[in-house]
Design a binder for this molecule. Structure first.
Ligand code: NDP
Length: 386
């Protein structure tokens, strides 16, 4: 019997994971965590007969307790309780909390040697060296869940990334792929969330529209596979069928293709190293007919350029980029700034950090990463309010 926990169970990735495990008799659920969607969290915990359900918010705990009354599932609440849930012995953990809040439980799980299925890309962007060193020290495995990184992992088929000449990750281009800069300046929240090919949580959908999602993924590729930044390429691919390609020294290119359904990558990580049936649509390439690829437009989407600057600077600049992006996103969602202003805020925050030697330190100590995150959030907030 495999013991699993799902962090961020009530989100888009969490729901897809739940869907894959709910009928598996060889899997027992240890912990499920969520945020404010307490009713759904309790429902999932009852169905999976989890040991414990945890909400990230203290004030949501009474409601969770009530919803779980008589079920035999323990209830807990608060940030610390989320991290403690990773102390419960498990064989496999899905890390699908959105944002930097996903870092601590993932780190805790890795310290225990637990296999971490990592959807929370922010962990690698803010703390890649710390995360990878923690996994190496305990012997824990990290499995990528982002479709592009799962694609690279699958193309490598267990061999090391040292022979890679280049890694190519694709981007759908998001809802504003064909929009002019002038039109993007007035983009609404509803337009930014309306992703053309993937059904995802609100925040990652907006990040896809601004290409900050791809910016995070370029850094994630660098950290996860230890590939030099110059060897990482991005291609806009509107069909979202090819998720990643790996090029080798002999000129050969292996591609990973799959439907735009996260259950493929989640199922791969869940069943790894085996391959088992996953209930996703099978691709009908004759019907799809053509696959298009083109270079991204860095002028309309400055996020990719910022990611490259961050990779050049290394140190704690990934934490700065992510924190500033999260604050900028909050402000856009709240209607306080225009869509293109998100990139402006992130760039200004990065410039502020670039002048301070503190941010040049390697991202290997949690205290430094947390301080970089906190300082970047303060700067970005000041800018938005100024
Ligand atoms: P969602 O917004 O759909 O879900 C986020 C989850 O995190 C929910 O369970 C939410 O709880 C919980 N949560 C929110 N804030 C906190 C917090 N402060 N502390 C603890 N839990 C919190 O996100 P997605 O599922 O779309 O994305 C999750 C992660 O996976 C992100 O890092 C994203 O980048 C990554 N990812 C997502 C993909 C996708 O297709 N969606 C694809 C690849 C990667 P509640 O809803 O109850 O408040």
């Amino acid at each position: 019997m495999r013991r699993i926990s799902i962090f961020g169970a009530t989100g888009s990735i969490g729901e897809s994971t739940f869907d894959l495990v709910r009928h598996r008799e060889d899997i027992r659920t240890v912990a499920l965590t969520g945020g404010r969607n307490v009713a759904r969290l309790a429902q999932m915990a009852r169905e999976l007969r989890a040991e414990v359900a945890v909400t990230a918010y203290d004030e949501c705990l009474p409601e969770l307790r009530e919803a779980l009354a008589g079920s035999g599932v323990d209830a807990a609440g608060g940030r610390e309780a989320i991290v403690e849930a990773a102390d419960r012995p498990a064989d496999w953990i899905m890390s699908a909390i959105v944002g930097a809040a996903g870092l601590l439980p993932g780190l805790r799980a890795l310290r225990h040697g637990t296999t971490l299925a990592l959807a929370n890309k922010e962990s690698l962007v803010t703390a890649g060296p710390l995360l990878m060193a923690t996994a190496a020290a305990s012997g824990a495995t990290i499995l990528p869940v982002d479709s592009e990184h799962s694609g690279i992992f699958q193309c490598l088929a267990g061999s090391s990334s040292s022979g890679i000449e280049r890694a190519i990750i694709t981007a759908s281009g998001g809802p504003f792929r064909e929009w002019t800069a002038e039109r993007m300046a007035n983009a609404t929240l509803a337009e930014a969330v309306a992703h053309p090919s993937w059904a995802m949580g609100q925040r990652i959908s907006i990040d896809s529209a601004s290409m900050f999602n791809k910016a995070l993924e370029v850094i994630e590729t660098r950290e996860f596979f230890d590939i030099e930044p110059a060897r990482i390429e991005v291609l806009v691919h509107p069909q979202s069928i090819v998720h990643a390609m790996v090029g080798f020294a002999d000129g050969g290119l292996l591609a990973h293709l799959g439907p735009a359904d996260m259950r493929h990558a989640i199922g791969f990580a869940l069943n790894w190293p085996d391959r088992r049936h996953v209930p996703v649509d099978r691709l009908d390439l004759a019907r799809i007919g053509a696959l298009e690829f083109r270079a991204p437009d860095d002028m309309r989407f400055p996020a990719l350029r910022l990611a490259r600057e961050v990779m050049d600077m290394r140190g704690l600049h990934g934490a700065v980029l992510n924190a500033a992006k999260e604050i900028a996103l909050d402000h856009f969602i709240a209607g306080r700034i225009a869509f293109p202003h998100m990139a402006v805020m992130v760039e200004k925050t990065l410039q502020q950090a670039a002048g301070d030697p503190f941010f040049g330190q390697p991202a290997t100590r949690l205290e430094d990463i947390e301080e970089a995150d906190a300082r970047a959030r303060r700067w970005a907030t000041t800018q938005a309010e100024g």
